[in-house]
Design a protein around this ligand. Structure first.
Ligand SMILES: Nc1ncnc2c1ncn2[C@@H]1O[C@H](COP(=O)(O)OP(=O)(O)OP(=O)(O)O)[C@@H](O)[C@H]1O
Ligand SMILES: [Mg+2]
Length: 275
């Protein structure tokens, strides 16, 4: 489970996660867990929402409602709330909340049930599936269960002073509860020099580096070009490399080993950095 969170300023978390999911070399669950409301369905996948292929009433909220009498999340139930992404069939979407007010209906217990269901998730063919989780911006509503259970937590940041300054207090807060080996950066809309600066300024390793590419980014954030995957774009070419490396790092390990806190695999992932 890889979770991305940001400070202020919309650095590009949702765009990065959508692109990572498209570039993921295996089945992957894209979970829109932004408590302020999800952007994947109305943004990237908006045209399929409009034609009814993707339903916004199936996702985080419907899972919380359906499991409200359960004590723990059951992956078999979760799959009923996941929908295939029409333009990337290996991606399953857990659609997000449609309004910030809905997070009160999910509640801490609902997020905790979702966390355990995500950790044990299997595809319809019974294969373990990775999960990429969008937590939006850090706030009082942030579901900490998803941060604490993640194999890696990445703070999204752009190579600008404003974003670096916003990321600092967030990293400090996360570092109180998450071991350094599990905490890294996703540098969005960047260049190689920008990424080096961010790494130096924040003193954390970079697990994902996303090139600045306005046109391809707008597909994932806003559904331009009818949400068609921009396969040959610089953005997707860059993100595919990160996706393959992240996937390769984790699939040397069994799920039981992945829950050990001091994780050697994360250490390798994060010190491997972006070349
Ligand atoms: N790699 C990139 N290159 C150029 N533009 C980008 C890139 N990534 C994201 N953007 C643009 O930045 C804007 C914000 O992106 P996005 O919605 O993904 O940010 P976010 O961090 O998820 O924001 P929020 O905090 O509102 O959830 C969008 O217009 C998007 O197209
Ligand atoms: Mg977002």
């Amino acid at each position: 489970m890889i979770t991305i969170i940001s400070g202020k300023g919309a650095p590009g978390s949702t765009t990065t996660l959508a692109a990572l999911a498209v570039g993921w070399p295996a089945p992957v669950l894209l979970a829109d867990c932004d408590p302020a409301g999800g952007d994947l369905a109305p943004g990237w996948l908006g045209q399929w929402v409009v034609d009814g292929t993707i339903r916004t009433d199936r996702g985080v909220l419907s899972h919380a409602t359906a499991t409200r009498h359960a004590t723990a999340g059951d992956p078999a139930t979760l799959i009923e709330h996941v929908q295939p992404v029409p333009s990337a069939r290996h991606v399953g979407l857990l659609a997000g909340l449609t309004a910030p007010g809905q997070q009160a209906a999910v509640g801490a217990a609902g997020w905790t049930r979702l966390t355990s269901a995500l950790a044990a998730f299997r595809t319809t063919a019974g294969q373990p599936a990775d999960a990429l989780v969008d937590l939006g911006r850090m706030s009082a509503a942030t579901p900490w269960s998803l941060l604490l259970a993640a194999d890696v937590v990445l703070v999204a940041v752009r190579p600008t002073q404003r974003h670096v300054l916003a990321a600092r207090p967030l990293l400090a807060e996360l570092a109180e509860r998450i071991v350094p080996a599990r905490l890294g950066l996703a540098v969005c809309a960047t260049t190689p020099a920008g990424t080096r600066e961010v790494r130096a300024a924040l003193g954390r390793e970079v697990a994902v580096e996303v090139p600045a590419d306005v046109r391809a980014a707008a597909v994932f954030s806003d559904g331009t070009d009818a949400g068609a995957v921009p396969s040959r774009s610089p953005l997707l070419r860059g993100v595919r490399r990160a996706a393959r490396r992240l996937h390769g790092t984790y699939h040397h390990y069994t799920p039981a080993e992945l829950r050990i806190p001091a994780l050697p695999a994360s250490a390798r992932l994060l010190t491997g950095g972006v070349r």
